[in-house]
Structures are given as C-alpha cells and as structure tokens.
Design a protein around this ligand. Sequence first.
Ligand SMILES: Cc1ncc(C[n+]2csc(CCOP(=O)(O)OP(=O)(O)O)c2C)c(N)n1
Length: 641
Amino acid sequence: MDAVEQAKSGHPGMPMGMADVATVLFTQFLRFDPQAPDWPDRDRFVLSAGHGSMLLYALLHLTGYPDMTLEELKRFRQLGGRTAGHPERGHASGIETTTGPLGQGLGNSVGMAIAERLLAAEFGETVVDHRTYVIASDGDLMEGISHEAASLAGHLGLNKLIVLYDDNSISIDGPTELAFSDDRVMRFRAYGWAAERIDGQDHQAVADAIRRSQQSDRPSLIACRTTIAFGAPTKAGTAAAHGAPLGASEIAGARERLGWNYPPFVVPDDVRAKWRAAGARGEPLRRAWETRLQSLPSERRDEFLRRQRNELPHGLDAAVTKLCDDFRKANAKVATRQASGAVLDTLTKVVPELVGGSADLTPSNNTKAKDQKDVRRGDFSGHYLRYGVREHGMAAAMNGIAVHRGLIPYGGTFLTFSDYARPSIRLAAFMGIGVIYVMTHDSIGLGEDGPTHQPVEHLAALRAMPELYVHRPADAVETAECWALALQRRDAPSLLALTRQALPLLRSEAGSENRSARGAYVLAEADGPRRVTLLATGSEVSIAMAAREALAADHIAAAVVSMPCWELFGQQPKAYRDAVLGTAPRVAVEAAVEFGWERWLGPRGAFIGMQGYGASAPGEALFPHFGITAERVAAAARSLL
Ligand SMILES: Cc1ncc(C[n+]2csc(CCOP(=O)(O)OP(=O)(O)O)c2C)c(N)n1
C-alpha cells in the first residue's frame, strides 16, 4: 500500500487481499533459503498474478533475501531498481519467472512441476523432491492459456502443483460477474484436479487446505475467497483498488482498521524477527539436502551439478561434425524436418537433458528421437512430452522447464502456429532462456494443406522479436549446424524453421567448421568478379543456386549467400558482413513476405517472395504459381544490371 503510494503507480489491491494466504504459505509451507536462493531442491513459487508484484517483493524482503532491501521496496517501479512493475526474473533472487501477462505464470508452473518429476525420476527423490506453488488471479483463469495449462497438468497428474487462486470476484472492469461465470472449482475438477473453496483470510483454513493439497494424488486448486484491498475503508472489495494507489485518506483508514500504527516502510523488530525466523526455516533443510547430494555416486552428482550450471556435456561438437559428414556421404534429398529428426536421434543420446515434445504433430515435426520414451502420468522416466494440441500451453511449460533448470526443452508445431505460442516465446526471449522451437512446414512448400497452414509473415514477425534466434537451414548440413547453435545458445531461445518438402544437399564440402555460426556466408562465390549477389534462406537457397547457374549461362557472375540466421549475421563485424554481402546489386529470395529484407538488400535490391497468402495445391505447383523460381530470380538480377 505504501510502496504503491510512493511510486504513484501499481497494484495495491491484490497484495492486501492475498497477504493472509501468502503469509501462511511463506511462513509455514514454502521450503526456501534466502541465503541460497538457487538451492535446486527449493519449492518453486510463482506469482502468476504478476501485477501483485509488491506482494512478492515484500515477502522476499521480510523473509531475508539479501538483495531485496527496504531501499528496493522504496524504489518500486523506478529505473534500475529490482522491483519492476511486474516481477522480472533476474532482477532479484527469489523471482523464479517473469510474470505480468496473465496466465503465463500458471503455464510456467506446469513446466516447473513437470521438470521436478522428470529430474526426480532421473536422479531420485533424495535430491529432487519439491513442490510448485502458484498464486493466480481471476485474470489468470480467464485467459485461454489457463485451460491448456490446467488440462495438461491434470492429464499428467502433477500432484505437487498447488495453485492458490485469489477468488476475489474483482477485475479491472469491475465485478468478475460482468464477464466470468464459470464454476472455477468444478472446472478444475473436470481437468482432473483436486479443487476446493475456502476463506482466504482465515489462516487456519488456508493451512488446512494446503496440507490437504500436499496429500493429493492430483494437482490442487485452492480457491481462496478474499477481499481485494482488504482493510481499505471504502475501496476494499472494489475495482478501484486493483491498479491505482489508494490515496492518503484511504491509506490512513486502512492503517486504523488493520491496527497498524507504524509509518510507511517501518517494520517493527518483533515483526521482522518472526519473518526472519520463517525465512530461516529452510537453512537446515537445504543443508540436509546438500548432505544427501554428497551421498549420490560422484558421477551422478557431477551430472546433476553440470545441469544446474547450464553447461553442455562434452561430445556435442564431435557428434555434430559426424552428423554433417554422414549427411554429406548420404548426399540424399531430405526435408530439413527429416534431417532434424535424424539430428535428434543422435543429440538426445549425447545431451541427456534434452526433453522433447510436440503439440500433437510428432510425426510431422519429427521431434521424437528413436530412443525417447513418452512421459506419462505416473511414469516420468521418459523424455518426450505429448503436449496435445496446446501450442501456447506447450511454450509456457517449456519456459517453466527451462527456468527450473536441469533440462533443455524443445517442442514442435507448424511454423504458422507459432502465433498460438507467441506470448510465451516473447517471454522466453525476454527472460533469456535457451528453449528451442522446432517449427516445421515453414512455407507454401508444405503444399496441399493450403493458406491456413502456410506461413508468410511469420518469419518476419519472429525476426522482429528481440533476442530470439530464428534459424532457417537450407539443407541437412545446415540443419545439424543450426541445432548445434540452438543448443549452445543457453541464454536465449532459438527457433528452427524447417521444411516439409525434400531439399537437395548444398553443403558438400568437407570440414568441421560450423558455417551457419556466422548467420550468413557465401555458399557459392561468383565465377569472376561478382555482378550480383543472391541472398536466400532455407528451401530457397537451392532456387538461388539454380538462378546462379542460369545467370552463368549468360556470363553473369553471381554469388549465392545462404542466410540461415539473420540475428547471428547482424552480430558479425561489419567487415565480414560487407564481404559477404558484397557491393554488387542484390536479389533476395524467400517464400515469405518481404518485410525486413530491406535490411540486407541495400539501395539496389530486388525481392522475390510472397505478396500475400498462399493457396491450396501441391507445393511444386505453388512455387511457380507465386513466381518463386530460379527464372524469376535470374530475371530480377538481370534487370538490376
Ligand atoms: C494477458 C494480459 N491481459 C491483460 C492484462 C492487464 N490486466 C492486468 S490485471 C488484469 C485483471 C485484473 O483482475 P484479476 O486478475 O482478478 O486481479 P485483481 O484485480 O484481483 O488483482 C488485467 C486485465 C494483463 N496483465 N495480461
């Protein structure tokens, strides 16, 4: 209340209404150690209702996280502070994930609970045995993603996931009955959860409900009836308390009603001592855990700790080099999605922390490696998740798996449905976590499924997202290289855009250099001084190669530049970029919209690609239909000379 007032902005209502629930959780149940915030076996706490950030900051301060000082609380929402408007992972310890876009935290929590079970199955419950607690609000449960997340959690029987739902009947527009009349308890029971409603301001009731949920064989929703801005004399129970400072008289009235006689930002010693004692509960638990970790065989312990450090195992580079050699030897025409499947058959053996999955497109995405076993309710020994047709839920769960640590999630869908996952992709990029998206059927080349399934603007939209690495490999060798880059990139998400249709092998030269690592490179230099440079990605690189030949027949020396990853190319020294792009006129070809290509085309450039949506027909018919052919590329080049 006081911090929001001082910041002149923020959300006082939820923290005041949920203070009782949070107090019971943090003082009696949550296992954490503020002195060792990254203790791997800590319980996870997710404030899915991220607008109530001050509740989390206050809890972190009171329980003794060293970096959450009183000064930080006073700097709520100010530049450079740890106490951002909505909790941002990395700003302060104890913030497990970034929340604010409603529903995302709930989606992340499902991934955290999955990660806990997977690691418990792998390393044993002596070292992995913790719960995931969530505070979620009406907004979280109104969002569509809450359905996907809860349905998946119920299906998998994630019984160590406990959601405390702030059932306060208020959202921004007013009473929730304006827009929300689901029976939330019945809804979650239908998902296969244990769900009950309690008085969220009765400490005993909250504690009893949490205890019951800890014994449950399924995930739990505890609908906590609360009053938003509890204690505020006129604004309590109203939307006015949701997202604006209460104002001086309301705050004075709340102090009186709550019997709180201290000035802002003063925590009396006895109160602080009690909170610190609650925060200190975790230290002996953490120490006991450390002893148990020591009892693991040293090889298992080293493996566990390697994963915690987010370090890749040895052997990845050698495996990728061998994959590339094998692809070259086979010299087969394969779809890059198929090459990706072959890459995964190898990499899942070398990188045991890989956890795959698909949003019900496994046979299309080629995401399941030969030796991967399905994860099932009650059996988490496998490393392959059947996410179901839940792209958004999948992407949010992948974020949760990644922030949990110990596993590297990858998940597949069609590129066109990246839109269904985009809010979570954005948070992965924003948080800087190394999740990997396998997005196949990456253009009109997918053919008969037609324009609903053919991405055209998606590459541009994804490339527009800061800190996301979009890879579009041109053949099997580039596919292996891009996979290696995605794995090596542990501090940002990567997306692989892969073809449905078969592509010729273009990278026949021997050598172990990962040429995709520079984002773009000269695949075929011009025979003689360059008169034109052809730029392409993915399936259109072979079209550019054919255009190069056609131009050569006319004695026009053309170079072909393959550009699998714009973001990486953009990071290269200018001299390298200039050398690759050259000074001759440029023609770019990509079966997508032009948006963004102006960055590479320069003043004398032409683009061959899509002007609008695709069409339903065989892929081979669509490329000529939309004019994405070697002849048109060559003609565009000639017209620039
Ligand atoms: C995806 C998304 N849409 C919209 C918002 C803006 N917003 C913030 S809180 C909120 C709803 C508030 O209602 P509730 O979740 O019940 O929170 P309470 O008012 O109880 O604090 C909305 C629409 C958001 N943060 N995320």
